[in-house]
Design a protein around this ligand. Sequence first.
Ligand SMILES: Cc1cc2nc3c(=O)[nH]c(=O)nc-3n(C[C@H](O)[C@H](O)[C@H](O)COP(=O)(O)O)c2cc1C
Length: 243
Amino acid sequence: MGKWYEAAKKRVSVRKYSDGASRDEILELKDVANYLSTDEVRIVVGKKDGIFNALIGKTISGTDTFAAVISREGDNDYMVGSVGEAFVLECTAMGYGTCWLGLSYNKALANSFIRLDDDEKIRCLISVGHYVIEPAHKRTRKTIYNLTGLEDHAFRQLPDWQKCAIECGRLAPSARNAQPWEFDVLNDSLQVACVSKNFGYGGIDCGIAMLHLEIGAAHCGVYGDWQIEDRLPLFTVNYRSES
Ligand SMILES: Cc1cc2nc3c(=O)[nH]c(=O)nc-3n(C[C@H](O)[C@H](O)[C@H](O)COP(=O)(O)O)c2cc1C
């Protein structure tokens, strides 16, 4: 998770690329996709001309390389977000630019090009490619106070792992940068409240933030599990290596 922590700090959405992945690079990306895929959510990597010719949203240019995040029917939005973001962060660590795409791709083409089981659906595409220039880190995010309700002095008094987790969670990407989450600080745990449906992407956004929280906690030597309590994701510590 160490390299994902560095990647989370570095990653920004890239919409303009110099080129897509080469054949050898595609093979490497497919290995990453296979490694991260689960029974419920899988990632398919490919190349297709015109895949990013979208009707809506800012367009992607300079690459034809995509990763499709596909899920089975069911309540698995958090998993879609976490698995997709793990792929994004691994790509960042490998030196690629990426952008999550809920709308800005050619859905008809993607659905005809990618083979799906009857109970599967493409949830998002992720564009992948080489940077034109490595992007500067210009991100607007909600303040810690907006996210947690904690004033500066109260936040500073939290255990290191909770601060690391929240700071990393704060960097998570979300559709329209809506950041539809709040982080509740509890004793030896953190709860994520998903506060908006965000046009159908709210659950995926929260899954992305959950992975970021976990990566931040791990950076400070704390590992835990996610459970759903009162319909909200709760991260509880089960192991710490901090002194
Ligand atoms: C689930 C999801 C869907 C997204 N869909 C699109 C999209 O269709 N078009 C687009 O240009 N950006 C899309 N984005 C990228 C967000 O706009 C971007 O992550 C957000 O503005 C934060 O900026 P950053 O990624 O540079 O930190 C999406 C992001 C997420 C997480």
